[in-house]
Ligand binder design. Structure first.
Ligand code: GAP
Length: 470
């Protein structure tokens, strides 16, 4: 699965155990599994979808709904091929590739160097080539390697019945371009004042040479991106602000701060459109790797589309006093988040093994904000109609308070139900017993992390759970 050494801050074989848990419990399955799979694709099961939607909903709320300066869009995945020529992706969206001369398997040259303990981040492809040749580095199968060359990662397709050069299209490799080509539309419809942002959540596709590490590097991915437009003189201050907003979001979904790292991306490793980039890396079980990014894209993209489309997409800034500076092509700061990587970080960070009541257990210490199931409601015994009836009543009340986030669970004995819910990260279990129905003494709330139980009324229960969602 990965050649990277294990990270000592995780229990042994965390990735293996997590992948197996994800499949068993219905979070994530291998794509096209019954046909032997398709490398770099994964399918989300019911719990995976719920976790993903919770992360996306929190993001959309924080960055779009709760703000007055942000506009949400949902652009088409297929775009006119001219978009990708203008954006520089046809010419420059590539990774360094090297071929095993015997097996003809292709490998990422930078990954091979990393495995040799070399940091390839500031190396050009020809420097990588020289290093590999100079040191006689072999392929993972022990064979000689060819020349390092650039491999374009866009997935090409053709649109319509004819297959000629005019029908070429690409599955978008980033959602960002859908935003840039709609900049003028949003400005014309809403007349936003600078600074303002346009946000989008959607799929992107990359023909990765070496998909790996479960959902970390995939060929079909999902991004949550913002293009935030500013006057050029204000970019630094806004960049700093958006960096802090990204970090706040990571705390909101429950990631531990000490596992996050701020990396100023060296010039040689920045994307072709960026003048300054800060990545946030995370301590994954397979090493410290990029989680998300923040880039100062300047006026690169808007200017590129302005020149290529011949449409004037400049902006008229009414609030600017200097008449010379009123018309401009705004500069852009881009906070970008990979949904799959966030989800993997959340799952890995939450993975726990401990002993509870002298029995070993595995549980996910997911934040209540993102856990697929927030509350599981159970009658103590499933063959006692008065307990079941009351439990159904409490369940219906909680469903109204937390739509889509409550389950009714009467499978197996109560101990087994707790373990099952712990393993999928359900933070709260509510049990209805004889005291609830006979003495009207409230329900029992059981906390996942400690196993502690408290008796309380249903009103108190809702107040207690809601506190954890703030
Ligand atoms: N619009 C800018 C952009 O696409 P990027 O650094 O190439 O920048 C942004 O990608 C984010 O998308 C990354 O930080 C990562 O979270 C996610 N991402 C990129 N490639 C990915 C892949 N092959 N598999 C999973 N996530 C990926």
């Amino acid at each position: 699965m990965t050649n990277t050494p294990e990270n000592p801050m995780y229990p042994e074989n965390t990735m293996e155990k997590l992948i197996s848990l994800c499949k068993r419990k219905g979070f994530i399955y291998q794509g096209s599994e019954i046909y032997g799979g398709l490398a770099g694709t994964w399918d989300y099961g019911p719990l995976g979808v719920a976790l993903k939607q919770n992360i996306q909903n929190l993001w959309w709320k924080k960055f779009v709904l709760d703000r007055e300066d942000m506009y949400g869009i949902d652009a088409a995945i297929l775009m006119n091929q001219e978009v990708w020529k203008a954006s520089g992706h046809v010419g420059g969206f590539s990774d360094p590739l090297v071929e095993d001369l015997k097996t003809h398997k292709r490998h990422r040259a930078d990954h091979l160097l990393e495995e040799q303990g070399i940091d390839p981040r500031e190396m050009t492809p020809s420097q990588m080539d020289a290093y590999i040749k100079g040191k006689g580095i072999k392929s993972p199968d022990g064979n000689p390697l060819g020349d390092v060359r650039q491999f374009n990662m866009m997935l090409k397709t053709s649109v319509g019945a004819n297959e000629d050069s005019s029908s070429i299209s690409y599955l978008r490799p980033e959602t960002a371009q859908g935003i840039f080509v709609n900049f003028k539309n949003v400005v014309d419809s809403f007349h936003p004042k600078l600074p303002f942002g346009i946000a989008q959540i959607g799929k992107a596709f990359r023909n990765e040479i070496a998909p790996r590490d479960f959902i970390f590097r995939v060929r079909e991915l999902e991004q949550m991106e913002i293009e935030y437009f500013v006057r050029p003189e204000n970019w630094e201050e806004r960049f700093e602000y958006l960096y802090n907003e990204q970090q706040d979001f990571l705390a909101e979904i429950g990631l531990r701060k000490e596992r996050l790292h701020k990396i100023i991306v060296p010039a040689a490793d920045r994307a072709h459109y960026s003048k300054h980039s800060i990545d946030t890396e995370f301590d994954f079980p397979f090493g410290q790797k990029e989680l998300l990014g923040l880039a100062y894209r300047t006026d690169f993209d808007l200017n590129a589309h302005k020149d290529a489309s011949k449409v004037d997409i400049s902006y008229f800034d009414e609030s600017e006093a200097d008449p010379e500076k009123k018309r401009l092509v705004p500069h852009c700061i881009e906070p970008t988040f990979g949904v799959g990587r966030l989800l993997l970080a959340v799952l890995a960070d939450a993975y726990r093994e401990d002993n509870l009541g002298d029995e070993p257990r595995v549980y996910l210490q997911l934040s209540p904000r993102v856990a697929p199931i927030l509350v599981a409601v159970s009658p103590l015994l499933k063959n006692k109609p008065q307990l079941v009836e009351k439990a159904r009543e409490v369940y219906m009340t909680l469903r109204k308070a937390y739509p889509g986030r409550v389950v009714f669970d009467d499978n197996g004995n109560i101990g087994k139900r707790y373990r099952r819910q712990d393993e999928i990260g359900t933070p709260f279990c509510v049990v209805i017993d004889f005291d609830t129905v006979e003495q009207n003494s409230g329900v029992t709330l059981r906390y996942r992390d400690t196993g502690e139980q408290k008796r309380m009324s249903v009103e108190e229960l809702i107040a207690t759970i809601s506190c954890h969602l703030e």
